[in-house]
Design a protein around this ligand. Structure first.
Ligand SMILES: O=P(O)(O)OC[C@@H](O)[C@@H](O)c1c[nH]c2ccccc12
Length: 395
């Protein structure tokens, strides 16, 4: 939104065509935001070499600019409305008052919610929104698409989990390269991502998860790239807060084999759209849920092969591994079996008893960070976690 305020075309060479939305009360898919945002970047790119031209702004431009701001604001409201109707509490960006000259319903004009995030997940999402819009400016989608040709080939993430489960009779392990988290602080001081990744592979991990969020998890895309380039064979999950399809392309150019889609922040239509993009790029999508409502939403989407049940509530950080069991009971578990969906038990797993508990609940894979990354030898950490050596050498 900030960028729009500073948009000052020197000459009226840019014309805007707004999609026609019937009324400010109706719902439109949030993915419709992307063309708008892309247009914004495009316009800014066209203007990048112009001096400060604000004084030469004609009244026509001024009203076009206001119209753009109003439409973007309305689209933002539609997005939040759709999300809320699906039980999503996380708003995509801080609420702003309606733009100047807005002539919509009166209730919008007197509303003032303030711009404090309601919880940590919302704070992460708001930060990510700003971060992604800056990254998109530097590397627009067309240049990312070109970079795809030079990316290392995508490997079979789901296949690796299935094979490991068959080989060991235990859940396939996705071992997480995680330096820190907002809830636990720094987990490992001397943190060498490649060394940790190699130890995980040696210890019998089927796949790895690499956190790429810098601000809250001290991760990076450099870590992901370095692990891939070091020749680690385990397929890699890019652990990122994805809110825009652009990030999926970016992850692929950095060597990811899978990405994470979090149901608590993405409406159904985004998940449908993004899983299709993943298929197109040869990536696996791990769709993460935390409660029954999210699980039911995801089971209503065709083509989802991999669902993660997070035992940690990302809004409060409370961890409860019985969440995995709860979400797999009854009809849901049956449906998952029939469709041959792989369930990944995520977070808070520390002991062989924890692994046995989630396995009995129906998971075929687990995602583990803290308990193994903290060990001086993460390979041994895996043996301790499973209560036996699961490395390939041993079998
Ligand atoms: O360190 P733990 O408790 O073993 O958790 C790992 C993983 O499940 C957790 O890092 C995670 C699950 N979903 C996420 C979404 C974003 C960031 C992190 C996560």
């Amino acid at each position: 939104m900030e960028g729009i305020v500073s948009l000052r075309p020197a000459t009226p060479r840019v014309s805007f065509h707004f999609p026609k939305f019937p009324s400010s009360r109706c719902s439109i898919p949030s993915i419709l935001r992307s063309p708008m945002a892309d247009r914004r970047i495009c316009i800014r790119a066209q203007q990048s070499d112009s001096k400060d031209v604000s004084s030469t702004l004609s009244p026509v431009n001024e009203s076009e600019e206001n119209a753009l701001k109003i439409k973007e604001w309305e689209v933002g409201r539609f997005q939040d409305e759709i999300a809320a109707s699906q039980g999503i509490r996380i708003r995509r960006r801080p609420p702003t008052g309606p733009p100047l000259h807005y002539v919509g319903p009166f209730e919008f004009r007197i509303e003032n919610e303030g711009n404090t995030p309601r919880n940590i997940l919302e704070e992460i999402v708001w930060n990510k929104d700003v971060e992604v819009s800056h990254m998109k400016e530097k590397k627009p989608l067309f240049s990312l698409k070109k970079a795809l040709d030079n990316a290392p080939p995508a490997r079979d993430f789901v296949g690796a989990l299935r094979a490991s489960n068959l080989r060991t009779g235990l859940p396939g392990l996705i071992a997480e390269v995680k330096k820190a988290s907002p809830s636990r602080g720094v987990l490992r001081e001397n943190f060498d991502p490649v060394e940790i990744a190699q130890a995980y592979e040696k210890g019998g991990a089927a796949c790895l998860s690499v956190l790429t969020d810098q601000k809250f998890f001290q991760g990076s895309f450099e870590n992901l790239e370095a692990i891939r380039n070091a020749g680690v064979k385990c397929p890699l999950l890019c652990k990122e807060f994805i809110i825009d399809a652009w990030q999926i392309y970016y992850a692929r150019t950095k060597g990811a084999d899978a990405i994470l889609l979090i149901a608590a922040i993405l409406p159904d239509l985004d998940i449908r759209y993004m899983t299709k993009i993943c298929k197109m790029l040869g990536l696996a999508a791990l769709v993460e849920v935390h409660n029954e409502q999210e699980m039911d939403r995801i089971l209503g989407i065709d083509g989802v092969e991999l669902i993660g049940i997070n035992n940690r509530d990302l809004e409060t950080f409370k961890v409860d591994i019985s969440n995995t069991k709860k979400l797999l009971e009854g009809k849901r578990g049956q449906m998952i079996c029939e469709r041959d969906i792989i369930i990944v038990g995520e977070s808070g797993l520390f002991t062989p008893a924890d692994i046995a508990y989630v396995q009995e609940s129906g998971v075929k894979a687990v995602l583990v960070g803290e308990s193994i990354v903290k060990k001086s030898d993460p390979a041994k950490g895996i043996t301790e976690l499973f209560g036996k050596d699961i490395s390939c050498n041993f079998q």
